[in-house]
Design a protein around this ligand. Structure first.
Ligand SMILES: C[S@@+](CC[C@H](N)C(=O)[O-])C[C@H]1O[C@@H](n2cnc3c(N)ncnc32)[C@H](O)[C@@H]1O
Length: 272
């Protein structure tokens, strides 16, 4: 069993790997958010606490897990209300900024399920791509709206409070981007997740996943994931991996435990 010295959703330093090419409004927004996060923690990171044998969890992660797993359906909402959001980078995911800036993301309509504070929603939104950020937490959606409403691209995205598993979009999507949503749901929900992805994507649409945390820890969220966990869920829905690569742009604390996957529906069978 691999022993990790710490298990964290969030790196100690967020600012150091901010891409220099980020749009100016994005850099201002990132700085302001990080400052608030630092103030909330009194400028100190909580001490790590050993849990589940091989993995060390921060107390904040442990409290969040208690709320989500022992609470009723309002567990995520409680986390947001109490500011227990250890996964929150306080800025867009670097690889999403990179793919957006290099024109490597599908255009059209995009969905970010479990969008949290919505940084990735805003990062992808542009005149050629309308992005919907969905979260079951009312507080998360309020925060996302508050952080983003005055941004210049605000007419190219929207935030909705809805449950991914019961929501029916008015139109299908060209792109679904999943980061830390698959690992947040209970493993027994993964087939249903894949079913909803299949239902919400256009037949030629693309699913992008950041496969994290690749680990051997017990419990969650985040529940441990592997490429085969995604394959097991997605293959029955007709999805095949187009690319699976190590995410070289992962934040420092997640490097080596994160892969980037692009998935498309395999249409060859229907041509035979
Ligand atoms: C681990 S957080 C990740 C947030 C965001 N993707 C990020 O990386 O910062 C998981 C998010 O999924 C949301 N969530 C959990 N279950 C959900 C559901 N059934 N439908 C929509 N959102 C859900 C939670 O409220 C939470 O904001």
């Amino acid at each position: 069993m691999r022993v990790l010295s710490s298990f964290s959703w969030v790196p100690l330093s967020l600012a150091s790997s901010t891409p220099k090419t980020a749009a100016p409004y994005m850099q201002l927004w990132i700085g302001a958010t990080n400052l608030r996060m630092d103030e909330k923690r009194g400028g100190k990171e909580p001490l790590a606490k050993e849990r589940e044998g091989s993995v060390r969890f921060k107390p904040e992660v442990h409290q969040m897990q208690q709320l989500v797993t022992t609470g009723t359906s309002g567990g995520w909402e409680n986390c947001w209300e109490q500011g227990l959001t250890p996964w929150d980078l306080g800025r867009p995911t670097p690889i999403i900024l990179h793919l957006h800036q290099t024109g490597a993301l599908p255009k059209g309509r995009a969905l970010v399920p479990g969008c949290g504070s919505g940084y990735d929603v805003v990062a992808m939104a542009c005149s050629e791509r309308y992005v919907v950020g969905l979260d079951v937490s009312h507080t998360a959606i309020e925060k996302a709206i508050e952080l983003s409403s005055s941004l210049p691209n605000s007419s190219y995205f929207t935030f909705l409070k809805a449950d991914f598993f019961t929501w029916h979009p008015p139109e299908l999507f060209d792109l679904i981007f999943d980061y830390t949503f698959f690992c947040a749901i209970k493993p027994e929900m993964r087939s249903k997740w894949a079913c909803k992805v299949q239902e919400m994507l256009k037949p030629d649409g693309e699913l992008l996943t950041l496969i994290f945390p690749i680990s051997d820890h017990v419990g969650g969220p985040p529940y441990k994931v592997s490429v085969s966990d995604y394959e097991e869920a997605l293959h029955p829905m007709g999805f095949k991996a187009v690319t699976i690569v190590d995410n070289e742009l992962a934040i420092e604390a997640r490097k080596g435990r994160e892969k980037f996957g692009r998935w498309r529906r395999d249409t060859t069978q229907s041509l035979i």
